[in-house]
Design a protein around this ligand. Structure first.
Ligand code: FMN
Length: 365
């Protein structure tokens, strides 16, 4: 059914303006009839991380369902978890269009959306309306572009969303809000994470445990990464997502003209860099908390490489544009067949198996 849906819609969607096609996809998902029988994941694919039980490790990355309109449909399609957002306290229109560009020949995307979203009030109402359906739905939080107290925005969002969020992702790594990424610098990050872990403890009383993860840019230098990991460990964060889109442009890109568009690059051309930074993060974290790997996953093989580089969970977005939603099932099937072939009971046995080796390789071009 999903494959037939992909076969019908993908060629058409790809002919349309990228953002218009995205809007259609969200609307299509909202009206997709629920499958008659939900397919259960094999218990071998189950993952336990930051106190949550994930039915499988494949998540929908932030930015696809910014406004929490399609979380249930995405869970039904087989994602083990869905991250909605980024949400900011106040609604925002984002940057002027066009702001989303496909790099077809590279299977990449450049975006400079700029946190366009409906704002906390509306998104909260939507999440509250679906809360009884269950499933793991994380809330990715960001600061308003014109905010005078960006750290205060994140605190406010934790207070607001704690009753409906399975976990929070603190997005300080979007390249499309000027100055946002400077929150990754040591002093600012230490202050921010101090305030956020305080908020996490405060909301625990009424909302229970809500893990807080930090999402970083793949463009950090290794010195910066040293600081970020050290602060995240000191502040007892629950996990990190590695990572967001890159402002770099690999020299191997074929769509050179489109690649000049300002914004963050994602998809296949991001795979090598984001996997290297993931492995570098893994060796620094030393098991203190789990990592979520994102960037260029587009097959069972690349999902496995992320896990072996250090990811306990994985997320994807860009490859769905090129390969369709059937990819989720394909990745799960491939991961399961690797487990069966190698006689392993769970993916946790191979998380980080290649991290040391990857960090010894030449820096990816
Ligand atoms: C169009 C678009 C919008 C995105 N918006 C967000 C966002 O709002 N917040 C965020 O943390 N990441 C956002 N991302 C980044 C993705 O969540 C993900 O980290 C990145 O694209 C790498 O994964 P991929 O190569 O599988 O796409 C966005 C990505 C794309 C392509």
């Amino acid at each position: 059914m999903i494959r037939a849906f992909d076969a019908l819609t993908l060629p058409l969607l790809r002919k349309l303006d990228a953002e218009y096609a995205h809007g259609l996809a969200i609307r299509g998902l909202r009206f997709l009839p629920p499958p008659r029988k939900l397919k259960q994941d094999s218990p071998r694919l189950a993952v336990r991380a930051f106190g949550l039980n994930f039915p499988n490790p494949v998540g929908m990355a932030a930015g696809f369902d910014k406004n929490a309109e399609a979380a249930d449909a995405l869970l039904r399609l087989g994602f083990g978890f869905v991250e909605i957002g980024s949400v900011t306290p106040l609604p925002q229109t984002g940057n002027p269009r066009p702001r989303l560009f496909r790099l077809e020949r590279d299977q990449g995307i450049v975006n400079r959306m700029g946190f366009n979203n409906d704002g906390a009030d509306i998104v909260l109402r939507r999440l509250a309306g679906r809360a009884h359906h269950g499933g793991i739905v994380g809330v990715n939080i960001g600061a308003n572009k014109d905010s005078v107290d960006r750290a205060g925005d994140y605190v406010r969002l934790i207070d607001t969303f704690a009753p409906v969020a399975s976990y929070f992702t603190v997005n300080v790594s979007s390249p499309n809000t000027p100055g946002l990424r400077s929150l990754q610098q040591a002093a600012a990050l230490d202050d921010l994470l101090g305030r956020l872990t305080e908020a996490r403890e405060r909301v625990r009383r009424n909302a229970g445990e809500t893990p807080v993860l930090l999402k970083i840019a793949p463009d950090l230098s290794l010195d910066e990464l040293d600081d970020v990991v050290q602060i995240a460990r000191k502040r007892k964060l629950d996990g990190m997502i590695v990572g967001n889109t890159t402002v770099s442009r690999p020299p191997t890109l074929r769509e050179q003209v489109r690649a000049e568009q300002q914004g963050g690059l994602s998809g296949r051309p991001l795979f090598k860099l984001s996997t290297r930074i993931l492995a570098e993060t893994y060796v620094r974290v030393e098991g203190a908390f789990p990592l979520v790997g994102a960037g260029g996953i587009d097959s069972g093989g690349s999902a496995l490489m992320k896990i072996r580089a250090g990811a306990t969970l994985i997320q994807l977005y860009s490859s769905l544009v090129y390969k369709g939603l059937g990819l989720v099932d394909e990745i799960k099937t491939d991961l399961l067949s690797v487990l069966r072939r190698t006689n392993r009971e769970s993916l946790s046995e191979i998380v980080g198996a290649d991290a040391a080796q990857i960090t010894a390789e030449d820096w990816p071009a």
